[in-house]
Design a protein around this ligand. Structure first.
Ligand code: AMP
Ligand code: ZN
Ligand code: FE
Ligand code: FE
Length: 294
């Protein structure tokens, strides 16, 4: 079978609920139009887009996997992203944990605004909120506001000059510890997967040591297929996952116009995440739920 006839999926996407530019239903419609066999919605720190996406999936006859992407402390750069796939987002404990993450952002955002103002950038929280369109507010929306103000030429420059870690308007974000995040996701029936491991830029031995540690905390999978992973890296990650008993997932990290180079499903053009990865993912979900029910 050639690749073009293999059904494809995308297990990493963002909507207006966080810093994507398409509404949840629009992402689902775009996934259907692109011929994908399933799409996961994985907004940063929020599940507010999931009900709309799930409803759109039912209407269009497309499998929508409810997910989330959360930042955790640890790893070589101090923070890593963990995807939770198949989370039962209405469970009260889980919903409360998401609310705590959002409250932490609500405290952080005015501090970012203040730092920018102190540097003479006339940005207000209202301007930033306008870019968030009612969804969660993050640095991506600050970047848009800075572009609109003419303080920077583009979003990259906004991060490079002000917002990136180590730059003058950076404010540390509250994050869960790795073990807390794994436990939280698993308690919500979700499968914890390390997002974009290639972005950690670790040599194989260091990455393997890190993955073993995360696996002992409840990590189940590795996002081997990713927009910014080349073929060689993807193969290496697949092999490492196999060796460590982890499953493999894949996704584009679609953000719509907020990251215009990244296409749903195909990423920067070469991404191919086969639908055959869904069965192992579902088996992990079922096992997590069976263990929780004991
Ligand atoms: P936050 O969760 O508010 O800290 O914002 C994180 C989001 O900002 C990421 O998911 C990206 O969408 C975006 N972001 C972070 N660093 C950069 C960067 N250097 N360039 C462009 N976008 C970035
Ligand atoms: Zn984002
Ligand atoms: Fe991420
Ligand atoms: Fe992401």
């Amino acid at each position: 079978m050639t690749q073009s006839t293999t059904a494809l999926i995308d297990l990493h996407t963002h909507t207006t609920a966080s810093d994507g530019s398409c509404r949840p239903a629009e992402v689902v419609a775009a996934a259907k139009a692109a011929g994908l066999a399933a799409v996961a919605i994985t907004d940063h720190d929020t599940t507010a887009g999931l009900d709309e996406a799930l409803a759109a999936g039912r209407e269009l006859g497309l499998e929508v996997i409810p997910g989330v992407e959360i930042s955790v402390n640890g790893g070589p750069t101090g923070s890593m992203h963990v995807l939770g796939l198949f989370v039962d987002h209405h469970r009260p404990d889980f919903a409360q944990a998401m609310e705590r993450l959002q409250e932490a952002r609500a405290q952080r955002n005015p501090q970012i605004a203040q730092k920018l103002q102190e540097m003479g950038v006339a940005v207000t929280m209202d301007m930033v909120r306008a870019h968030a369109g009612g969804g969660l507010v993050g640095r991506a929306h600050f970047a848009q506001a800075l572009v609109e103000l003419g303080a920077v030429a583009n979003r990259q420059e906004a991060f490079g000059r002000y917002l990136a870690r180590g730059k003058p308007a950076y404010v540390e974000k509250y994050r869960l510890e790795c073990d807390q995040a794994m436990a939280l996701l698993r308690a919500a029936g979700g499968v914890p997967v390390l997002a974009h491991p290639g972005l950690l830029k670790q040599p194989p031995t260091a990455l393997e040591a890190l993955l073993r540690q995360l696996a002992s905390m409840g990590l189940e999978g590795l996002e081997a297929h990713y927009s910014e992973h080349d073929e060689l890296l993807t193969k290496r990650l697949q092999a490492m996952a196999g060796k460590l008993g982890l499953i493999v997932t894949g996704g584009s990290d679609f953000h719509g116009a907020a990251k215009p180079d990244i296409r749903l499903g195909t990423g920067l053009g070469l991404l191919r995440t086969p639908a055959s990865l869904l069965e192992p993912l579902r088996r992990r979900r079922d096992r997590i739920r069976a263990l929780a029910a004991q």
